[in-house]
Design a protein around this ligand. Structure first.
Ligand SMILES: [Zn+2]
Length: 478
């Protein structure tokens, strides 16, 4: 292998909006999509004299994420003011955490090229979101303060990520975990999951190079593309003997390119100091243990269990565990008596085909209830209907919400296993295809499938394929 010219060093900061009912420090609703400036109050507008009150649910959610990633949860953490002046921030500071964060020293694991890879996390802390600027077509900008004060966790990785692909896998795993925990919907388009990436290059053996930042990465695709662009750009500068400037790049998703914005701020520009309006956050052991007991089975262990307990291939386990709701659904189907591998096939094919992509899978709103799918699978594996008839029945079940047996009856799909009828169909198929018969007899026995197919066609999918195969064999070989 050729020597590596440059090593890539990537660190990622993710802001994840927590799905609490109310905001981090006031009782305004924190739901997305309200009419602009209808979800505000003196606290989140920063009016004089208004005091913040911490939302305990936000703390619990942040701790859950800390526990799920093996972080140390600080018994005492401290909120800090991050001062900056911008129209999206009416207080002129954001309440965040600085030198005493809530969670430290964790690790996020994910699969990369068939192996488990771990990236160390520096910290997870709580903070509040800023408002949103809307640039009006007729010129000027409008500001919507609904998002002001919505609770976020910031998850900061150590600079241990080595490629665009690994960065993207890290984010996919992070989003999956947040959704498993039910603390963030992970919707990157609506901005409930946002990420900033730091990138530097160095020649092998050198110390860390100067890093640049990319902001505005609003999809996994943007993350991969943006990082690839920046790696190429930096490599070009270094190859020609230039120096990397510490800049911030904005990803322009329309033009698919990076726009260099301004030189990066340093922490001291924010003049952090402890938030005087809030007490230090004390978290006792009982609180932590309660949350630890509430942790769901996490994606990687669930995949492992699916492989071991249900004998599923790694691919199936991975697809089924991509979302907690889907994995729950699958387990309900198996729990209702279906063969695990058959159930996996039906869920991955039929159920996922009927599920809107991008939406979170929920057991309660599945295209067909789990117990009903199990009934259908039982009809197929018991030989009452053929596999192809089963797929037809499934489509009907999605539309009509009728149980499988009723649909089978209505469509007249009950599989024909009567020897007399099957024999007649097979004889017809043999008589109609003398060339194939001759080739079969000359040793091309793979043509068995051809004859079974002919019978299936003739019977409109109702012939029992297994019995049909046996009769074809008997007639052509016996
Ligand atoms: Zn408010």
């Amino acid at each position: 292998m050729a020597a590596v010219e440059f090593e890539t060093v990537i660190g990622i900061e993710v802001h994840a909006q927590l799905v609490t009912k109310s905001k981090a420090f006031c009782s305004c609703p924190s739901v997305y999509g309200g009419e602009p400036n209808t979800q505000t109050c003196p606290v989140c507008l920063g009016l004089p004299g208004a005091l913040p009150v911490l939302n305990n649910d936000a703390v619990s959610m942040a701790i859950l994420m800390g526990l799920a990633t093996g972080c140390r949860i600080a018994p005492r953490s401290v909120f800090a003011r991050k001062n900056y002046f911008y129209p999206d921030c009416p207080k002129n500071y954001q309440i965040s955490m600085y030198d005493k964060p809530l969670c430290e020293e964790g690790r996020l694991e994910f699969e990369l090229d068939g192996e488990i890879r771990g990236v160390a996390l520096e910290r997870i802390h709580l903070e509040e979101d800023a408002g949103k600027l809307i640039h009006a077509d007729e010129g000027g900008s409008l500001v919507d303060f609904n998002r002001c004060g919505v609770p976020l966790i910031e998850i900061v990785s150590k600079p241990e990520i080595g490629s665009a692909e690994e960065a993207s896998r890290y984010l996919v795993a992070l989003r999956q975990l947040l959704r498993y925990l039910g603390i963030c919907d992970g919707n990157m388009e609506e901005g409930s999951l946002r990420c900033d990436v730091n990138i530097s290059l160095r020649r092998p053996g050198d110390k860390l190079g100067t890093k640049t930042e990319i902001k505005n990465l609003n999809s996994f695709r943007a993350v991969e593309l943006g990082i690839r662009f920046e790696i190429e750009r930096q490599a070009g500068v270094l190859r020609s003997g230039g120096r990397i400037e510490q800049v911030t790049n904005l990803w322009d998703s329309g033009q698919k390119k990076l726009l260099t914005m301004r030189s990066k701020e340093y922490a001291h520009d924010y003049r952090y100091f402890p938030e005087p309006d809030l007490l230090p956050l004390d978290v006792d052991g009982a609180w932590i243990e309660r949350l630890r007991a509430a942790l769901p089975e996490l994606p990687l262990s669930r995949e492992k269990r699916f492989r071991e307990k249900f004998g599923l291939p790694a691919y199936d386990a991975n697809v089924l565990c991509a979302e907690k709701g889907l994995a729950d659904y699958y387990e309900t189907v198996v729990g209702a008596g279906s063969d695990p591998k058959l159930a996996a096939n039906w869920v991955m094919r039929e159920i996922l085909e009927e599920t809107r992509s991008g939406a979170e899978f929920a057991v309660a709103s599945a295209p067909v209830p789990a117990e009903r799918l199990a009934e259908l699978i039982a009809l197929v594996s018991g030989g009452v209907i053929s596999n192809s008839a089963g797929r037809e029945v499934f489509k009907e079940m999605v539309k009509s919400a009728d149980p499988a047996a009723k649909v089978v009856e209505r469509l007249g799909l009950t599989q024909v296993s009567g020897e007399k009828e099957l024999e007649q169909w097979v004889s017809d198929a043999i008589a109609a295809n003398p060339d194939e018969v001759a080739r079969y007899k000359a040793g091309k026995t793979q043509l068995l499938g051809f004859f079974v197919g002919q019978v299936m066609k003739k019977s409109a999918g109702k012939a029992n394929p297994k019995l049909t195969g046996e009769i074809v064999k008997k007639k052509l070989e016996g």
